[in-house]
Every structure is written in structure tokens, then in C-alpha cells.
Design a protein around this ligand. Structure first.
Ligand code: F0G
Length: 485
């Protein structure tokens, strides 16, 4: 069937990496050994790896060529100046502090701006961002619009900040206790949902009138800019690059995980406007990351990111990137699988609470679904629900966010349309057999960011997915010959 061809990729494949096909019996063993946590499965045991879009990008020939031009001097590497120029040109921040990845920038930003007892509003939490705010003595407050918490709402900008919620917080604690708002473009845990330019303008006006800074989490801001171009009528005639710049211009700075939008495998930065803040950040980067001209990265990594930044804003690239995510999402939606709508920028999110409605929330339906999907199709996804949300630091109770999701995250420039078809087939098979998925309980729970290393066991069963379900056996030579008709 020919469908959605318009997003076809503006690149061809020059190097390939073989992947390992597994049998269902092998996968049942692997998931048990991994404590039913997809983070603990060995990558070589995964067929299609949709755990994350972070650092999993395929680099271009130009980026690889740039790697050979790495200047590995301890201080003043030329690649730092290339990166600094790329960030100034594309994002517009004059002060550039490189970091090994996004959370390195979050740590520094939190430490220079947050005092104990401060409050930091944001458009939904992100795991590492909130943790760094809390470690710096701050308290995070979710001020995203209500629609973001409703998987079925088709609001075009579900990442938007609710100004009434922001105002209520500022009135309650006082503007002097709110050093900044963190606005994520796009909002990862809401489903890769964008923020509109109009909303960011309103946030900027509100905050700047009260001495509150606006800090972006620019991790997927290019993807956000593409949605703005598609959905915000006044922005229709602007390029993605222009919209990106416009949005950054409405902020005082940004943290960045280059491992997403910027098409690299490692790297990040903190961008700022105020030179005195830049100076304080440079004082800290040497403590946590490395000298201010390398920030924990090799010169070659800085170069690859500088090139990736410029590639990321090419219109044909970003259309194909989001087009591929849409292609997968549409197949699931048409098959009746409950997914977060609209389909987001970097991932398709399955509403695990709706799909596995027979499981109570404290049996972690999203964790169970991710484990079952691996057993079914060799596809690795990620839980983004109660396990990721962790415990409330004050009460010690589990946090049960309204969204209990499984994220099928699409690496950039890595998988083909046929891979997306395999993913869709696996999810649809599991959907048909959803009542045979068992819940999970913890057998090991780490203190911080527990989702990474936690271990589980099925509740009242040895398996997370009953063996009655006939799963794909990729190692079976007949597998590819099986068709519906
Ligand atoms: N902000 C957002 C919105 C992110 O999605 C991430 C990482 C970070 C910050 C932290 O960046 O990993 O470079 O330190 N997200 C990854 C994910 C881990 O899978 O969603 P980092």
C-alpha cells in the first residue's frame, strides 16, 4: 500500500550496521534477566531499538568528516569556536557553555539560578531537569495546560503554558521566589507536544514584567519549530530556522541535549544572554564537566554537534523526521491502539493505562507493556509513567502521573519504513492479546531516577506475557514470508 510518501528521506544510506534477530524464547529469557526493565536489556538482544531518540542518531558523512577534524587541545580547541558560532547563528545565544549532555547543562543552570526554597514552574516535568532543580533546593511546579494530561485531546499545542496556573503560583509564593520558568520545546513526557510562538510570547511578557527569567529546554526545539510552521497560521510562511530563532529570542537562555535535535551521539550546552550569568556558569563548568572550551567533550564531538546543528534545521530533513514518526503513529491509531494525540515529534506514545485497563496503576501497566512488547516483537520501548515519575521526596509515596505511557521513540535517520511496519505489526498483535499481559511489582528500587535500574517481577505469573500469544520469531526464516492473505 502506498501511503504518506511525501516525507521520504533527503538522504541515502552509505554505511549499514547489522542487527541481531532473536527468537521469542530468547527474548523471554532476556527480559527476565533484565528484571523486566527494558533499560537493562543488552542492545545486541534488541531487534528494533525505540528506547530513546537520545544519542541514537545516525550522523551524516559530513559529521563523520568533521570528526576527523577534531582539535584535541585541552584549551581553545577550534571545534569549540565552530560550535559557539553554530549556536550563535542558529539559536542566538552569545554565551555558550558546552556540557557532556543536557543534564550537565541543567545542573549548572540550576546551581547558578536556584536558591533553597525557590520555586520553578515548568511545562510538565522532565526526569533529570526536575531532579537537578530539587538537588539545588528548588521545588518544581507543573504549569502546563490541562489538555497535556489528556491523551485524547487533540489540542495543536499541548505543550503550552497555562498562564493562569503560572500566575496562581507566582501570587502564592511571590515572584522573588521564582528565579525562572523552564519551558520545554517540545514537551517530551506530554508526548512530544509543541508550544506555540503566541504562548511563548505571553509567557515572556508575563515573566519579564515580574523579573522572572525564561529558560528554554531546547532539546527538541527544532521539532517544535516545525510544528509551529504547520499549525500556527501566522508562522506558515516562515522557515523552521526563522521560527526556531524567534522562539529563542523570547528567552534568556536554554539548556540543550544535542543528543536529540542536533543529530549527534553525545553532547550538550548551556546558552545564555547575560554575560555575568555566563561567567558564573563558566566557573562551575570547570568543576563538573571540564574546561569551558570543551565541557566534557572531545574536540571531535564539538565539531559533529556544530555540523549537526546546521543540518537539523534543513526543511527536508525535519519534514522526513517527523513524517516517519507520523507514519508509525497513524498505523497504530488506525488499528485502534490508544495513543497520545496529536502524534508527537520524536515518538509515538501508547496510553498503557487505557490499553491495559485490567491492570491497576500500582502494577505499572506501562512498564509491563514495554516488557511485553519486547517479548512479542523484539522491539524495545520505554516506560514513561509512574516508574519514571518516582516517589515524592517529601512523602516518599509513589507519584502516579495522569499519563501512564509507553514511548516508541524514533532515532533520527536510523530505521526504515519497513522497520516501522514491523513495529506497528508487533504493537497491533499485542493489542489483540492485551488481556494476557501481567502487571509487575518492584524487586529492586534505586533511590534516584529509579526507572533506569529498577528490577521487577510479574504479579502472580512467571511471565509478563502469557505464552499463548504467538509472537514474531525474527530468527525463523519463514517469518518474512508470513502475510495476512
Ligand atoms: N530535557 C529533555 C526534554 C530530555 O528529553 C532529556 C533527555 C534531557 C533534557 C536530558 O538530556 O539525556 O542529554 O542529559 N531525554 C532522554 C530521553 C534521556 O530518552 O528522553 P541528556
Amino acid at each position: 500500500m502506498m501511503r504518506h510518501r511525501s516525507w521520504a528521506e533527503p538522504w541515502k544510506i552509505k554505511v549499514v550496521e547489522p542487527i541481531h534477530m532473536t527468537t521469542r524464547a530468547e527474548r523471554e529469557r532476556h527480559i527476565r534477566e533484565a528484571g523486566f526493565n527494558t533499560f537493562l536489556i543488552k542492545s545486541e538482544d534488541v531487534y528494533i531499538d525505540l528506547l530513546t531518540d537520545s544519542g541514537t542518531n545516525a550522523m551524516s558523512d559530513r559529521q563523520w568528516a568533521g570528526m576527523m577534524m577534531g582539535d584535541e587541545a585541552y584549551a581553545g580547541s577550534r571545534n569549540f569556536y565552530h560550535l559557539e558560532k553554530a549556536v550563535r547563528d542558529v539559536y542566538g545565544y552569545p554565551e555558550l557553555i558546552p556540557t557532556h549532555q543536557g543534564r550537565g547543562a541543567e545542573n549548572i543552570l540550576s546551581q547558578i539560578l536556584i536558591k533553597p526554597g525557590d520555586h520553578i514552574p515548568g511545562n510538565m516535568y522532565f526526569t533529570t531537569t526536575r531532579l537537578h532543580q530539587e538537588l539545588a533546593g528548588g521545588a518544581f511546579h507543573d504549569v502546563i495546560i490541562d489538555e497535556a494530561h489528556d491523551p485524547a485531546s487533540e489540542h495543536p499545542f499541548k505543550g503550552n503554558v497555562d498562564l493562569a496556573k503560572l500566575d496562581a503560583l507566582v501570587r502564592e509564593v511571590g515572584a522573588e521566589r521564582v528565579p525562572y520558568i523552564c519551558v520545554a520545546l517540545t514537551v517530551n513526557l506530554a508526548g512530544g507536544q509543541p508550544v506555540s510562538v503566541a504562548n511563548l510570547r505571553a509567557v515572556n511578557e508575563y515573566c519579564h514584567a515580574r523579573g522572572i527569567k525564561v529558560m528554554l529546554d531546547a532539546t527538541r526545539a527544532v521539532e517544535n519549530a516545525w510544528f509551529v510552521q504547520q499549525r500556527e497560521p501566522e508562522m506558515r510562511d516562515r522557515t523552521v530556522a526563522e521560527i526556531l530563532r524567534l522562539m529563542c529570542d523570547l528567552s534568556d537562555g536554554a539548556t540543550m541535549s544535542g543528543k536529540k535535535d542536533s543529530l549527534v551521539n553525545i553532547g550538550g550546552w548551556l546558552g545564555l544572554r547575560d554575560p555575568s550569568l555566563g561567567e558564573r556558569a563558566r566557573n562551575l563548568v570547570v568543576v563538573y564537566e571540564g574546561l569551558h572550551t570543551y565541557g566534557g567533550l572531545a574536540g571531535r564531538d564539538l565539531e559533529a554537534m556544530a555540523i549537526g546543528i546546521r543540518e537539523s534545521i534543513e526543511e527536508d530533513y525535519i519534514r522526513s523526521r517527523i513524517g516517519q514518526v507520523y507514519y508509525l503513529g497513524e498505523q497504530l491509531r488506525e488499528g485502534g491502539v490508544p495513543i497520545v494525540l496529536p502524534i508527537g515529534g520524536h515518538a509515538v506514545f501508547i496510553d498503557a493505562a487505557a490499553m491495559l485497563s485490567h491492570l491497576p496503576r500500582d502494577q505499572f501497566p506501562a512498564q509491563a507493556l514495554a516488557a511485553a512488547l519486547y517479548v512479542e516483537g523484539g522491539v524495545r520501548a520505554m516506560e514513561r509513567g509512574a516508574v519514571s515519575a518516582g516517589r515524592d521526596p517529601k512523602t516518599g509515596e509513589n507519584r502516579f502521573p495522569r499519563l501512564e505511557l509507553v514511548r516508541l521513540t524514533i532515532p533520527r535517520r536510523v530505521y526504515t519504513q519497513a522497520h516501522m511496519d514491523v513495529v506497528a505489526e508487533s504493537v497491533l498483535a499485542l493489542y489483540a492479546a492485551r488481556d494476557r499481559v501481567h502487571g509487575l511489582h518492584f524487586t529492586y528500587e534505586p533511590e534516584y531516577l529509579r526507572f533506569f535500574q529498577a528490577r521487577f517481577e510479574p504479579v502472580g505469573s512467571l511471565k509478563v506475557l502469557d505464552s499463548a500469544v504467538v509472537g514474531a520469531d525474527h530468527a525463523d526464516p519463514h517469518f518474512v514470508l508470513q502475510t495476512d492473505d
